[in-house]
Design a protein around this ligand. Structure first.
Ligand SMILES: Nc1ncnc2c1ncn2[C@@H]1O[C@H](COP(=O)(O)OP(=O)(O)OP(=O)(O)O)[C@@H](O)[C@H]1O
Ligand SMILES: [Mg+2]
Length: 242
């Protein structure tokens, strides 16, 4: 059984079919990629998985349980966390405060299983390597680092499955290399990661399995080696540049 299973999910926005009969498994402990040109439906699919959007049809299961009708906070309590393509940070709070707040929110949903938010914040800051900027206001740090703060906030919920929507955008090449190492470390510790990302060097170096969306449909899936030579994928990307 896959930890996360998307079955025949379709999303219509008026007459526009943003996601079209998508089915895919995300295996426990894997680093799975979701790529595709702009507007392909990646964020929309993440919104369905995290519960911000109800699909027009189809089903999402987490650890075998149908979560399609559950609210976002119920999914979070079950171990699902995400980051946002448009950062959702408190810019006038420090890096540390942003991360702590995520722990406090988690404690509010999870009355029976509290974490020590302050101690957990220090563990997460150390894990993501932001000790040097922990006291800086988020408005003062570069976007690339702010994306790592966003990841830190998601980690405060101690997720089983982490959905990352373009976490490397705004990062320098060196930051992205370190970020890839961090993602591998997290999956090495048992976290499952589902990654939407435009940085192909990152996707190809960290993902074990990649699914490719184009105009809402899965057009290919396979290992990085298979995806890089897939003619439908090359065509979708070339077409999107016209
Ligand atoms: N709330 C919405 N209402 C109407 N249309 C929407 C909405 N959200 C997304 N869309 C449309 O759905 C399609 C898929 O958008 P989505 O944001 O999921 O693409 P994406 O693959 O994440 O793109 P990008 O790589 O640019 O982030 C696009 O045509 C978009 O305009
Ligand atoms: Mg998107």
């Amino acid at each position: 059984m896959s930890i996360l299973e998307i079955s025949d999910v379709t999303v219509d926005f008026g007459g526009n079919r943003a996601v079209d009969s998508v089915s895919l498994p995300v295996e426990q402990g894997s680093l799975t990629g979701l790529i595709g040109p702009n507007g392909a439906g990646k964020t929309t699919l993440f919104n369905v998985i995290s519960g911000l959007l109800s699909p027009t049809s189809g089903k999402v299961t987490l650890e075998g349980q149908d979560i399609t009708k559950r609210k976002p906070h119920q999914r979070a309590r079950m171990g699902l966390a995400r980051t946002f393509q448009r950062l959702e940070l408190f810019t006038s709070l420090s890096v540390r405060e942003n991360i702590t707040v995520a722990g406090e929110i988690r404690n509010r949903w999870n009355m029976s299983d509290q974490v020590d938010a302050a101690a957990e914040t220090e563990r997460v800051i150390d894990l993501i390597g932001l000790g040097e900027v922990a006291d800086a206001e988020v408005s003062e740090i570069p976007t690339g680092q702010a994306r790592i703060v966003e990841l830190g906030r998601a980690l405060m919920t101690q997720p089983k499955v982490l959905l990352l929507d373009e976490p490397a955008s705004g990062q320098t090449e060196d930051e992205t290399v370190l970020f890839g190492e961090l993602l591998k470390k997290l999956t090495g510790e048992g976290t499952t990661i589902f990654l939407v990302e435009h940085d192909m060097a990152l996707v190809m170096s960290v993902c074990e399995m990649i699914h490719v969306l184009d105009f809402g449909k899965i057009i290919a899936r396979g290992t990085p080696e298979e995806i890089q030579i897939d003619s439908a994928v090359l065509e979708a990307y070339l077409g999107s540049q016209n």
